[in-house]
Design a binder for this molecule. Structure first.
Ligand SMILES: [Zn+2]
Length: 204
């Protein structure tokens, strides 16, 4: 069964939000169109407690963008974003949420971030997405959403490692590009892991 994963199309990741992805709003109409072409649609939400340790605000003296060691793992410090049950964590207003069959929420525990929709960044806690997909007989995944160089990349790498046929449709993705070349490097990494990354022109 072919399933579309709609990744983190949430207010805080859109222009004007707390952690805006440049041109992130452009993926909304693409998502609405593509959702009609799949048998199943799973949407993910970044869903943090207010005191999440990926937030610079939790580390006095540290600034957004700094990288710290959090329990032995490098962690980029982000602005407060996608705090659960707040408008910033809600889906983009134009997203056709009636087309979403399942919602997976991630990064829900305070101590660890979760870029992948499958596992936290330590790969210890699963979100339940793998179980859900296997229960429904899904073997073929396509990914769109935000952001190409974070949650899309890590979700796609996990999906491929778990044995799903995995496609990233770039027409429906935008990246953060904290450093020049991040998006291109993410695409190369996904491709070398066996992910089919489809450029916008071929995805039409
Ligand atoms: Zn987050």
């Amino acid at each position: 069964m072919k399933t579309l994963i709609v990744t983190d199309i949430q207010n805080d990741f859109l222009p004007g939000g707390a952690l805006p992805v440049p041109r992130g709003d452009e993926v909304v109409p693409v998502a609405n169109r593509l959702m009609d072409q799949f048998e199943r649609v799973v949407a993910t939400q970044d869903w943090h407690p207010a005191s999440h340790e990926s937030f610079a605000s939790q580390h006095p003296g540290r600034r957004v963008g700094e990288v710290i060691l959090l329990r032995g793992r490098p962690q980029i410090l982000w602005p407060d974003h996608c705090i659960r049950e707040t408008p910033g964590a809600d889906f983009a207003p134009g997203l056709a949420r009636q087309k979403i069959d399942h919602i997976i929420r991630k990064a829900t525990s305070r101590q660890i971030d979760s870029y992948s929709a499958f596992f936290d960044n330590d790969h210890i806690r699963a979100t339940g997405l793998e179980e859900l997909l296997k229960r429904e007989g899904v073997d073929d995944l396509s990914l769109i959403g935000l952001a190409t160089d974070y949650c899309i990349k890590f979700t796609a790498l996990d999906a491929a490692a778990l044995g799903f046929r995995t496609t990233v449709l770039l027409e429906g993705c935008r990246g953060i590009e904290r450093q020049a070349g991040d998006i291109e490097r993410a695409i190369a990494e996904m491709r070398s892991a066996g992910v089919d990354v489809v450029p916008p022109s071929e995805g039409e």
